[in-house]
Design a protein around this ligand. Structure first.
Ligand code: AMP
Ligand code: MG
Length: 399
């Protein structure tokens, strides 16, 4: 049985790297940036006003106050989005709005609230410092600056910056197509009353959303019965149609656990079986025609935990992501947690607002309610007894 860290190393060493493609801006979220992104323009693109007000020469309103207003002639008005060839001369100003580009000769903007308009003149009721209320060309981003490193997983926070550069497409890694299969004679689709002996299938949905969150394109297959024929056929089809496969169930030692023999029967290779972790020991890593297969255990929590620990980093590496580890958060235990088993145990845990950590509830590998409540997982080593107050690092979900 492999230690899970060793298992992850073996998985990562075998992962093929996908190529790159151009993606439209609207399709960039969650994709992995292929190359470093440099700015091709300055932001702001020109000196502009941060206020609704008037462009002026600061020296013209030196000493201005409510008791001692300075009157300036308004030469014109520049709505945001318009250019003007107005040039300020002493004693003049130009009407501006937030974002309006600055006219020549101006070195400050007085906010509208500090002025009184009267026909084609204004009275300035305050002075302004040189360059006050002006946003300078390039002060946010200089042309040629490295903005986002290659291998970054793009998320909403990056998209405003990318959109502001005006590029129509960005080069990203190809999205792994991930085939998602569930095996089990007892499994039934939602939407009709349960047949005697059946249970509703739940792994494909959670797994397909988890892979979508890391930029993959899930393809969900019909339920696979526990026969060699059905299992072989389903695996062959899915391996041909995808870049990687996630299967659930059928990887243990029971008479109906057919994933391993079916992989071998269709010419695939098992790399390893069984990993020292809890829940999820019977995990299989294999390949069929060069496509990696993650054989997750059927128990819903085992499937998700092994996905998070072993498959998620691999699917990110396939996309060339620099950061393939789940986010970790430093927390303090609010209660004691002990691992009496001989395998590292990934406990489902909840975080409170003060980053205090407690068990999310029933820890059995079938217990979906505690999974739905958990903010993340705390890995406790075999024999380790953690006490309330201990500081620990927690692996959290993507969402
Ligand atoms: P297996 O790994 O096939 O032996 O399944 C272990 C346990 O997980 C059994 O109780 C199964 O009924 C259950 N199980 C397997 N696959 C699924 C699934 N896709 N959805 C919900 N439960 C499942
Ligand atoms: Mg089964």
């Amino acid at each position: 049985m492999l230690e899970f860290k060793e298992a992850l190393k073996r998985v990562l060493a075998k992962m093929p790297r996908l190529g790159v493609e151009a993606a439209e801006l609207a399709a960039l979220n969650r994709r992995v940036l292929a190359d470093p992104l440099y700015s091709n323009i300055d932001l702001p693109v020109a000196d502009n006003s941060s206020m609704d007000g008037y462009a002026l020469r600061a020296q013209d309103v030196e000493g201005a106050s409510r008791d001692n207003p300075v009157t300036l002639e308004v030469l014109g008005s520049i709505p945001a989005g318009e250019l003007s060839d107005a040039e300020l001369v002493p004693g003049s100003c130009v009407r501006l709005f937030t974002g309006s580009f600055l006219p020549r000769g101006a070195d400050a903007v007085i906010m509208q609230e500090d002025t009184q308009a009267d026909g084609n003149v204004i009275r300035c009721l305050d002075q302004v410092k040189p360059w006050e209320n002006i946003r300078f060309k390039g002060e946010d981003v200089k042309n040629g600056t490295l903005l986002i490193g290659g291998g970054t997983r793009l998320s909403a926070r990056h998209l405003g910056l990318i959109a502001a550069l005006g590029k129509a497409q960005i080069t990203v890694s190809r999205q792994p197509k991930v085939g998602i299969l569930a095996t089990g004679h007892e499994l039934q689709e939602a939407g009709s009353p349960l047949a005697p002996g059946a249970i509703y299938e739940s792994n494909r949905l959670i797994l397909s959303e988890l892979v979508r969150q890391i930029g993959c394109e899930p393809k969900v297959y019909p339920l696979v019965d526990d026969t060699m024929e059905a299992t072989q056929k389903a695996l062959s089809v899915a391996a041909a149609e995808n870049d990687a496969l996630l299967t659930s169930g059928g990887v243990s030692v029971g008479d109906y656990d057919l994933i391993r023999p079916a992989i071998e029967a269709i010419g695939g290779k098992i790399d390893f079986w069984r990993v020292r972790l809890r829940p999820g020991k019977p995990f299989v890593f294999a390949e069929i025609g060069g496509k990696p297969l993650f054989g997750l255990p059927g128990n819903p929590v085992s499937a998700v935990t092994t996905y998070m620990v072993l498959a998620r980093p691999a699917l990110l590496q396939m996309q060339g992501a620099v950061n393939i580890e789940s986010e970790k958060r430093l927390c303090r235990l609010s209660e004691a947690i002990e691992n009496r088993s001989d395998r590292p145990h990934f406990f489902r845990v909840c975080l409170d607002e003060a980053d205090g950590l407690s068990s999310a509830g029933l820890q059995g590998s079938h217990a979906l309610q505690s999974l739905s409540k958990a903010d993340g997982w705390l890995c406790v080593e075999p024999g380790q007894a953690l006490s309330a107050g201990d500081s620990v690092s927690v692996m959290v979900w993507d969402d």
